[in-house]
Ligand binder design. Structure first.
Ligand SMILES: *Cc1c(COP(=O)(O)O)cnc(C)c1O
Length: 358
């Protein structure tokens, strides 16, 4: 079977070049005589891989010296716990904005640790927009947001105004658009959408937020543990970090974040322009808050939705089923999805509309 255009929300498509390079280096990484999977995380060869990966991420995102970059495990989901465990210490408060399932999960973990304010929610309209927040309290330790809402196809285009540290779950849009990291206290993302295979989580954290955890915090759950040892306190997810490194080099070759952002805008507008003019397909997310990573759309009946998925798959366009919470269809078009894949999808949608319009 040929490779398909894979619109999966996560784990998702990786650049073909990256997979080929990984395959080439699988048995013998750069003359070391072994696979990256087989080498000691304390060897000089591996040390170079993890250091280069961090340096390249710092360059691509302009991460200043007063931020640490950590490579952790446990996914974005462990960050839902680690953030409050480290920052929401006794008598303190944290604030959250609820923009969907992932935010809700983050809120639930914070509530186990300390006083958690929910400042706004878009639940009233099935999370189809990013809610405005006024009057953010002064006495909060941090404000948590989800910068891109993978399930509903919404994203933040401007940040809430607060002096508190903004903690962002950027799992589904890290490196898809330029961000000023100085505006965040913590910026975290599981790798499996835009960065590499599942298994490593990137945590970019302002250094003054490290070391605030209570004394009885389990060692592995304290940011300090990992920051002090440059993510080598214990065995890190070595191979995944290597893969992230390859993806970052690929991204540099594409021209960096600004260039990929322009390409992402182009890809998103190809689909949204078609959807906005369609007499068959509908959308849900408010236009001003539309994600450029996850495009959510619908057909009028379950029957047509099923037919669409079947026929799309026969045309090499796969994983277009919407999340089970809202149904419908979703095209995830992360950095690695080429423009041609999106064009092919829209051509297919046009044909489908012609054949199925009443
Ligand atoms: C996928 C996703 C998660 C879950 O990540 P895990 O790495 O599986 O824990 C969390 N937040 C967002 C925004 C996501 O898209």
């Amino acid at each position: 079977m040929e490779r398909v255009y894979n619109f999966s929300a996560g784990p998702s498509a990786l650049p073909e070049e990256v997979l080929k390079q990984a395959a080439e280096e699988m048995l013998n990484y750069q003359g070391s005589g072994m696979s990256v999977m087989e080498m000691s995380h304390r060897s000089p060869v591996y040390d170079k891989i993890i250091k280069e990966t961090e340096e390249n991420l710092r360059k691509l995102m302009n991460i200043p010296e007063n931020y640490a970059v950590l490579f952790l495990q446990g996914g974005a989901s462990l960050q839902f716990s680690m953030v409050p465990i480290n920052l929401l210490t006794r008598d303190k408060k944290a604030a959250y904005i609820d923009t969907g399932v992932w935010s809700t999960k983050a809120i639930k973990e914070a509530q186990k640790i300390g006083e958690t304010l929910i400042l706004a929610s878009s639940r009233d309209k099935k999370y189809s927009y990013i809610p405005e927040v006024q009057n953010i309290p002064q006495d909060i330790e941090y404000l948590h947001i989800t910068t891109n809402n993978t399930i509903y196809g919404t994203r933040y285009t401007s940040l809430p105004k607060t002096d508190a540290a903004i903690v962002a779950d950027a799992s589904s849009n890290i490196l898809s658009e330029p961000v000023d990291i100085n505006k965040f206290g913590i910026y975290y993302a599981g790798a499996q959408k835009n960065l590499g295979p599942a298994g490593v989580t990137i945590v970019i954290i302002r250094k003054d937020l490290i070391g605030r955890e209570p004394e009885n915090t389990p060692t592995m759950l304290a940011y300090k543990t990992h920051a002090e040892k440059n993510s080598l306190f214990n065995t890190p997810p070595c191979y995944n970090i290597y893969m992230v490194g390859l993806v970052l080099k690929w991204l540099q070759k594409q021209g960096g974040v600004e260039a990929i952002y322009q390409r992402n805008l182009e890809k998103a507008s190809i689909i949204y322009d078609f959807l906005d003019n369609s007499e068959l397909f509908t959308t849900m997310a408010e236009k001003k808050d539309r994600s450029i990573m996850n495009v959510v759309f619908f057909l009028p009946t379950e029957e047509l939705t099923k037919k669409f998925l079947d026929e799309a798959a026969k045309n090499g366009l796969v994983n277009l089923k919407g999340h089970r919470d809202i149904g419908g269809l979703r095209a995830s078009i992360y950095n690695a999805m080429p423009v041609e894949g999106v064009k092919k999808l829209v051509e297919f949608m046009k044909k489908f509309e012609k054949e199925n319009r009443r």
